[in-house]
Design a protein around this ligand. Structure first.
Ligand SMILES: [Zn+2]
Length: 408
């Protein structure tokens, strides 16, 4: 085992001490994250928005595998002469004011095409979504065109049925089909554009997620694929559900913070509300895995009674709009999570057993709408056989309507 040089302690104790070792400090910038490597080739990530210099930076060794980072690092490493000419604080300062990445890039030819491993990953997720549409949701059709925007730390790749391999360079922000610009950071989302007539799907490639420190027991690429399927399921729901959201927004003064976390954002500090959510969700998961139909139905009935009771008590006055919004977002999130779960378990997906797939996908149930929605659609899938064609039809039932059917 190699002995750690003293510079590691210096980093961890947040003190800046010029040390010979640091003359070899190398750095590059990805969005607001600065990746630095010390002389023993240990890499650290540092958020340049929150840290002003090495001296007050909380620099933690990056907790991830570096196979891909290492390749990238080699391409971007500063020439030895350039390194010796800059002391580390100066180098860091240069990176923070935005010239650093240019400095680093100047040393290697600009990439013109997508990396083979990223092209393969995109291929894989497009196939995974095709499988999900055809064999899991049974909703394959010709009108499912989506504009894709994938990006890594240097390039954007766009397309519809396939994604063009040529690099469209970006300067840390990426232009979306709706005209907005987003930072080139960890993200994945689907959104409508062109007056809700078309849909796009934007996603950072694995390199950015890895550098952002995202980890999963599923493995990062598998987690990302599940996230991709989740978002793609939304692309098939927008046509029906966006007008429903807009109708609620026009009737109530909800403000502009309408999103799938709206209930959680308002009530996560209310112990009685949280206790109800926890119990409802546990009952729903228990219903889904009950040993017989009568027991499944009975537990679903108990969960529905609790849900209705909570809604009657809390969704009054200024929270009245949540009666509809909660149901809409649970439908959106529940269907999307359910689809990802089925792909994780599918014989031609990841072939995980149910327990592993659930554990990897739920991620501690940190998002209420996703977790309760997933539990609800597991129950619905068990007790309402024709729910899929209806929920993707022109006049879809909501999660609560379907759950009520499941209890009959
Ligand atoms: Zn979602």
């Amino acid at each position: 085992m190699t002995r750690r040089p003293a510079s590691h302690q210096l980093l961890r104790s947040r003190r800046w001490q010029p040390a010979a070792c640091w003359l070899d400090l190398l750095a590059w910038k990805v969005g607001t994250i600065l990746i630095v490597e010390d002389c023993s080739a240990t890499r650290y990530s540092l958020n340049t928005l929150t840290a002003l210099s090495v001296a007050d930076a909380e620099m933690t060794p990056m907790p991830i595998s570096f196979a891909n980072l290492a390749r990238r690092f080699d391409r971007r490493r500063l020439a030895p002469g350039a390194r010796r000419g800059l002391n580390p604080p100066l180098l860091l300062l240069l990176l923070m004011i935005g010239t650093g990445s240019t400095l680093a890039q100047a040393q290697s030819p600009a990439r013109t095409r997508i990396r083979p491993e990223d092209a393969a990953w995109i291929d894989g997720v497009l196939q995974a979504w095709a499988l999900s549409q055809q064999e899991i949701l049974n909703i394959a059709s010709k009108d499912d065109r989506v504009e894709f925007v994938f990006f890594d730390s240097e390039c954007v790749y766009r397309g519809t049925s396939s994604v063009a391999p040529h690099c469209e360079r970006h300067a840390d922000t990426v232009r979306m089909p709706d005209g907005k610009n987003i930072p080139a950071q960890v993200t994945s989302f689907a959104a409508p554009f062109d007056d809700n007539k078309r849909v796009f799907m934007a996603m950072a490639l694995p390199e950015i997620w890895r550098q952002g420190g995202v980890q999963s027991e599923l493995g990062l690429e598998t987690l990302m694929s599940a996230v991709f399927i989740h978002e793609m399921a939304h692309t098939r729901q927008f046509r029906m559900f966006l007008p429903m959201i807009e109708r609620v927004a026009s009737r109530f003064d909800v403000g502009d913070k309408i999103n799938d976390d709206i209930v959680q954002e308002r009530f996560s500090d209310d112990a009685r509300f949280v206790a109800s959510i926890d119990r409802e969700r546990d009952l729903l998961f228990a219903s889904a895995s009950s040993s017989n139909t009568a027991e499944a139905r009975n537990r679903a009935r108990q969960a529905l009674a609790m849900i209705n009771d909570r809604r009657a008590r809390f969704y009054i006055g200024e929270h009245e709009a949540l009666r509809e919004l909660e149901d809409i977002f649970i439908t959106l999130e529940g269907v999307a999570q359910w689809t990802s779960l089925q792909w994780l378990m599918h014989p031609r997906g990841v072939r995980l057993d149910r327990q592993a797939a659930l554990a990897g996908l739920r991620r501690d149930g940190r998002k209420w709408s996703q977790d309760e929605g997933l539990a609800m659609f597991l129950v619905i899938d068990r007790l309402v056989p024709d729910w899929k064609e209806r929920v993707f039809g022109d006049h879809p039932p909501t999660a609560l309507q379907l759950l009520a059917e499941a209890t009959r």
